[in-house]
Design a binder for this molecule. Structure first.
Ligand SMILES: *Cc1c(COP(=O)(O)O)cnc(C)c1O
Length: 365
C-alpha cells in the first residue's frame, strides 16, 4: 500500500535522547525548556522576529484572528479552495467569510477579484498559500494598505517556502503554519503564528493560555492551545533533518514532472518565479484526460494507492456554509473547476522513484 503521505520522523533513539531531560524536570507543558528552544530555532530557520507555538495550526489561526480585534460581523475575504480550518477560523471568531475565486495557475487568491469584493464591511483578508504555492503577496499587500485591511496568511502548506530569499513567514500581519503529522514539517500535532508586531507577543501568549497574564490576573477570554514539551521535542528533532527531507521530496516531484510532461489532459502547477518550493504536495488536474479525476482516484485505489481529492469539496459548498448568503460554488467558478478535477498524488520524503514510476504507469496506461 502507498499512502498519500507518510510522516517524517527522527530515529527512535534521537527522540528518546531529546525527551530524556523531561523525566528529570517533570515539566511536561506550559512553555518549558523544549518549547523555548524550538521557538528560538524556528525564528532562526524562518528568519522571522516572532514565533508563537500552538498545539495545532487551527487554534493558531483562530487565536491570531482573535488577536487582531476585528469588529464582530465584519467581512473577511478568503478563498474556498482550502481546508475547512481556514473558513472555520473566521466564522468561529464571529466574522463573515466572503469567498473570492482563485487564480487558475496557482489556485491562490485572485487579487483582482479580491479587490472587487471589498466593501465598507471588509475588515481583513485571509489568503491561503495552497500546496505551498505562494499567493501574490506583493499585490495583496498593496491592496490591503490602500484599504487599511489586516492580512493573515494561512501558510499551513508553506513551511520552508521562500520568495526572493524571504521566508513565507514574513508576509502580511501574520502567518499561520501547521505542524500536523501530514505536513512537510511536523511536531506530531502543532502549529505556529509568525509575526513582526512586538505588541502581539504578550497577547498571543495569553490567548493560548486561558488569557492568564499573571499569577492573579486574567486579562482575556482565552482558551487552551499550548504546545507540549513532547511536541516541541519532536519539532526540534525534525527540524534538524528538514532540509534533507525537502531535498528528497524534490527528487520525487521532479520524477513525477518528467513522467507527466506534455501529456494531454494532465495539468501541473508551474514552478513560480522567485519561489523556492518545499515540495509539500503534488497536485494533478485531469482536464480532458482519457479518464476523469474520480476514475483515476478509484483506479489507484484498486492498486492500494491512496490519492486525495484535495481540496474537494470547496468550503463554500459544504453543509455548514452552503446556506450563507456569501456561499455557493457558482460564485467561484475557477475554484470549482479545479476542485472537481484535482488529485494530489502520494508524496513523501521516502517515496521511492520506483513507486513513483508505478503510480505514473497506472495513470498513463
Ligand atoms: C492542515 C491545515 C490547517 C490546520 O492545521 P492543523 O495543524 O491540522 O490544525 C489549516 N489550513 C490548511 C490549509 C491546512 O492544510
Amino acid at each position: 500500500m502507498i499512502n498519500v503521505t507518510r510522516s517524517s520522523m527522527p530515529s527512535f533513539e534521537e527522540y528518546c535522547e531529546e525527551i530524556r531531560p523531561l523525566w528529570e524536570s517533570r515539566w511536561l507543558t506550559n512553555m518549558g525548556v523544549k518549547h523555548k528552544e524550538l521557538e528560538g530555532m524556528l525564528c532562526d530557520y524562518l528568519k522571522t522576529p516572532h514565533v508563537a507555538l500552538y498545539t495545532n495550526g487551527h487554534l493558531a489561526l483562530e487565536n491570531v484572528i482573535a488577536a487582531m480585534n476585528l469588529p464582530q460581523g465584519g467581512e473577511v475575504i478568503t478563498t474556498p479552495f482550502t481546508f475547512v480550518s481556514t473558513t472555520h477560523s473566521i466564522v468561529r471568531n464571529g466574522l463573515v467569510p466572503v469567498f473570492c475565486d482563485v487564480d487558475p495557475k496557482t489556485y491562490t487568491m485572485d487579487v483582482e477579484k479580491m479587490e472587487s469584493l471589498i466593501t465598507h464591511k471588509t475588515v481583513a483578508i485571509v489568503p491561503v498559500h495552497v500546496y505551498g504555492n505562494l499567493c501574490d503577496v506583493e499585490a495583496i499587500e498593496a491592496v490591503a494598505k490602500k484599504h487599511n485591511l489586516k492580512v493573515i496568511y494561512d501558510a499551513a502548506h508553506a513551511f520552508g517556502v521562500r520568495y526572493k530569499g524571504v521566508s513565507a513567514a514574513n508576509f502580511g500581519d501574520a502567518s499561520m503554519f501547521s505542524f500536523h503529522a501530514t505536513k512537510v514539517y511536523n511536531t506530531i500535532e502543532g502549529g505556529a503564528v509568525c509575526f513582526k508586531d512586538d505588541t502581539l507577543v504578550q497577547l498571543l501568549n495569553d490567548l493560548k493560555n486561558f488569557g492568564i497574564r499573571g499569577r492573579e490576573e486574567v486579562g482575556y477570554v482565552g482558551g487552551n492551545a499550548k504546545m507540549s514539551e513532547f511536541q516541541a521535542a519532536m519539532g526540534i528533532c525534525n527540524l534538524r533533518h528538514l532540509d534533507g527531507e525537502i531535498a528528497k521530496r524534490k527528487a520525487v516531484v521532479e520524477r513525477y514532472r518528467q513522467r507527466f510532461a506534455g501529456v494531454e489532459g494532465i495539468i501541473l502547477c508551474d514552478e513560480q518565479d522567485g519561489v523556492e518550493s518545499n515540495y509539500a504536495y503534488f497536485p494533478v488536474v485531469f482536464d480532458g484526460f482519457k479518464r476523469d479525476r474520480n476514475e483515476i482516484y478509484e483506479l489507484l485505489q484498486e492498486y492500494s494507492i491512496v490519492a486525495r481529492k484535495y481540496f474537494y469539496p470547496l468550503t463554500n459548498d459544504i453543509d455548514c456554509y452552503r446556506d450563507l448568503p456569501t456561499a455557493g460554488a457558482d460564485k467561484t467558478p475557477v475554484a470549482k473547476h479545479i476542485a472537481d478535477r484535482v488529485l494530489t498524488l502520494p508524496l513523501y520524503a521516502d517515496l521511492s522513484l520506483e513507486d513513483v514510476d508505478r503510480i505514473c504507469d497506472i495513470i498513463l496506461n
